[in-house]
Design a protein around this ligand. Structure first.
Ligand code: NAD
Length: 293
């Protein structure tokens, strides 16, 4: 029987802590932290993510701005918008929701964000600092996973962690953070990806698996060692006519069969997703504090 790592409850706790800080800030007569989100186009999943980020800001007393742009916007016009946000003294941080339309160079856009406002932590300056273990904005999803491990006091020091997926926003930063000196940290990390051979043989040796590939039910019980810690980052919308929305959200892990083997496991939804939002808000508080000093 495994223990569920409740990302929803933990994220609510973090948001309550941040809300207390916001009340103190407002009581001192100062403006609250301000986060903006740029959304290009009308992708359903992106609208949902951005919507919940904005609502979370409102819930804890931050100012928030949603900038919605047509999916026909040129790269130049988008970068002009980013420049305005970079230069707005009353804005502490902002995110550009990914993915962007195909005609826009995602890298060029992310690199146009002023690093001191890059609360997603995707800019090379912030990514570099993270890799060097310096204080910076840590990408919210891996940051949320580290915070979840910390709040559940899970000791991963010296353990074998296997990360599935090498994206710049989840898998790769995750592999760096897990191996970093610290608590949680100090793990021995194997970073696996689409070209990895004999993946199951590797995951079977893992004390902790972080799965971030986006293939529903990919990690099955036979790939998991008894009592492993299982972190499921995957979010895939699978069509389901029986559901009012017409789809269900499915993780990378075959939860029902893996939960009986794992010592700890994150559910989908209610695991890593809510933690990602909480850590974005945490990064925004850091940006605010720096902006005030
Ligand atoms: P991505 O598509 O950029 O990367 C997927 C990675 O998986 C790639 O590195 C690829 O090499 C690897 N991969 C693909 N097939 C594989 C295979 N058969 N075996 C091993 N590795 C394989 O995805 P991403 O942006 O990192 O997102 C991954 C998943 O996490 C998606 O479902 C996404 O929706 C979800 N996600 C969730 C959150 C959250 O807040 N919970 C945040 C970001 C992403």
């Amino acid at each position: 029987m495994s223990i569920v790592l409740d990302g929803k409850a933990t994220s609510n706790q973090i948001k309550e802590e941040l809300a207390v800080q916001v009340t103190e800030i407002k009581n001192a007569g100062k403006r609250p932290p301000h986060l903006a989100a740029v959304l290009v186009g009308n992708d359903g999943a992106s609208l949902t993510y951005v919507g919940s980020k904005v609502r979370s800001c409102e819930r804890i007393g931050y100012d928030s701005t949603l900038i919605k742009l047509e999916d026909t916007i040129t790269q130049e016009a988008l970068i002009n918008t980013i420049d305005k946000l970079n230069n707005d003294p009353l804005l502490d941080g902002f995110i550009v929701q990914l993915p962007l339309p195909k005609h826009i160079d995602e890298e060029a856009v992310l690199h146009a964000i002023e690093p001191s406002k890059d609360v997603d932590g995707f800019h090379p300056t912030n990514f570099g600092k993270m890799a060097l273990g310096m204080e910076t904005f840590i990408p919210a999803t891996p940051f949320g996973i580290m915070e979840l491990l910390k709040r559940y006091a899970l000791n991963i020091s010296g353990k074998h962690a296997v990360v599935i997926g090498r994206s710049h926003i989840v898998g790769r930063p995750m592999s760096i953070l897990l191996s970093e000196k610290g608590n949680p940290g100090n793990a021995t990390v194997t970073l696996t990806h689409s070209r990895t051979q004999n993946l199951a043989a590797i995951t079977k040796e893992a004390d902790i698996i972080v799965s971030a590939l986006g293939v529903p039910n990919f990690v099955t019980a036979d790939m998991v060692k008894q009592d492993a810690i299982i972190i499921d980052v995957g979010i895939t919308r699978v069509p389901d006519a029986n559901h009012p929305k017409g789809y269900v959200i499915v993780g990378d892990v075959a939860y029902d069969e893996v939960k009986d083997k794992a010592s700890y496991i994150t559910p989908v939804p209610g695991g890593v997703g809510p933690m990602t939002i909480a850590m974005l808000l945490q990064n925004t508080m850091l940006a605010y504090q720096r902006n005030q000093n």
